[in-house]
Design a protein around this ligand. Structure first.
Ligand code: SAH
Length: 346
């Protein structure tokens, strides 16, 4: 555990060699508590249809663009591909809908993926704010992890980034509900949003500890040119946001210990080696995109998203080489649950 002032010191650090030392400490902490292993999750971006209007997001409701929802067979095909490629888990991520047809559609997809033999895949869902009943149905269908970024733990900043009907307290309650149901629960924040301060980011890390998160996914804010906040002034340049993200990862590893921390794809939009740098700063999860290539361009949460022209098969050799270059093993075929979650019986 780190104190607030120790976290602030890390985030404010400007001396190159001291920053490298922080990354080294985070690497050692990772090796000791979760091993020098990177686990993979095939990321299936199964629909960009969304009823929410988050001010930063490239698939927000009001943005005119072609919308898609993959068929059950397409989703299962992506999962099947992931299993064959040795990715032990999949993440099903989408824009947000709460209508009964959507709830059934996700439930069926989870059931079918769970039924794929011979070695069942771990399933993570990332489909936003839902009712307790919906979360329970999806859990019963076989999803055992859920990712719901709080986006920022600062209620005032949250309200500036979302329309009035998207409420901070509701998102908090969703996280509590997910944990109550028994999901391994992941959260996270965007780093370098307009108006965000280092102090708020330090509070975010303390927040992760307070709610006892099992998994953390966080990455830099990257503007999308058609969102209402596209021209908002940024406090941090692209390279500062990258460095701040790496420091956030290192500080989170040192503060939380044996959780899973993802090297977010958004890091790669700021630097071609962004994800590898994150692994070297204490992250242990990578989510290769297995979304069919013909819809990838329609799932652009932010600009300059990496790999949108690639096909799923092109990822594996590229990733192998990238991960091995960081001195980590690859946990092929394993679910790769965080020891933190297993310890807590989740
Ligand atoms: N609708 C779901 C999941 C899809 S969005 C949900 O709300 O959980 C997944 C994540 O993408 C969001 O949590 C957000 O943190 C991130 N994201 C969205 N727009 C972004 C942007 N402009 N820059 C960086 N990350 C962004």
């Amino acid at each position: 555990m780190l104190s607030r002032s120790a976290i602030l010191d890390i985030l404010h650090e400007s001396d190159e060699s001291r920053i490298r030392d922080v990354y080294r400490r985070a690497r050692l902490c990772k090796r000791r508590l979760v091993g020098n292993v990177v686990y993979l999750r095939g990321l299936i971006e199964f629909s960009n249809i969304c009823v929410r209007n988050c001010l930063y997001c490239g698939i927000r409701r009001d943005l005119a663009q072609e919308r898609y929802a993959l068929s059950q067979d397409e989703i299962v095909g992506c999962a099947w591909y992931s299993a064959r490629a040795g990715y032990g888990s999949v993440v099903l991520q989408s824009g947000e809908r709460t209508d009964p047809a959507f709830v059934r559609y996700v439930e069926r997809a989870v059931r079918r993926i769970k039924g794929l033999g011979p070695r069942p895949l771990g399933i993570t869902l990332s489909c936003g704010e839902q009712s307790e009943e919906t979360y329970r149905r999806w859990y019963a269908a076989g999803a055992h992890r859920y990712l719901l970024r709080i986006e920022t733990s600062d209620a005032a900043l949250f309200s500036r980034m979302h329309p009035a009907d998207q409420i901070f307290e509701r998102r908090m309650r969703c996280l509590e509900t997910l944990q109550k149901i028994g999901f391994q629960t992941g959260t996270g924040v965007m780093i370098g949003m307009p108006g965000q301060t280092i102090e708020q980011l330090a509070e975010d890390i303390l927040f992760f500890g307070r709610i006892d998160a099992d998994m953390i996914g966080m990455g830099p804010y990257v503007a999308h040119s058609q969102t209402p906040i596209k021209d908002a002034e940024l406090t941090f340049s692209a390279s500062q946001r990258l460095e701040l993200s790496l420091k956030m990862i290192a500080a989170t590893r040192l503060h939380l210990g044996d959780v899973n921390i993802a090297a977010a794809t958004a890091l790669q939009s700021l630097h071609p080696m962004g994800r590898e740098q994150a692994i070297r700063a204490g992250a242990n999860i990578i989510m290769p995109n297995v979304t069919p290539h013909y819809v990838r361009e329609q799932y652009q949460l932010y600009e300059n998203k990496a790999c949108i022209k690639e096909k799923a098969e092109q990822c594996r050799p590229c990733l192998d080489q990238r991960i091995l270059s960081t001195g980590n093993r690859i946990g092929y075929h394993h679910w790769g649950d965080a020891p933190h979650a297993l310890r807590a019986g989740r």
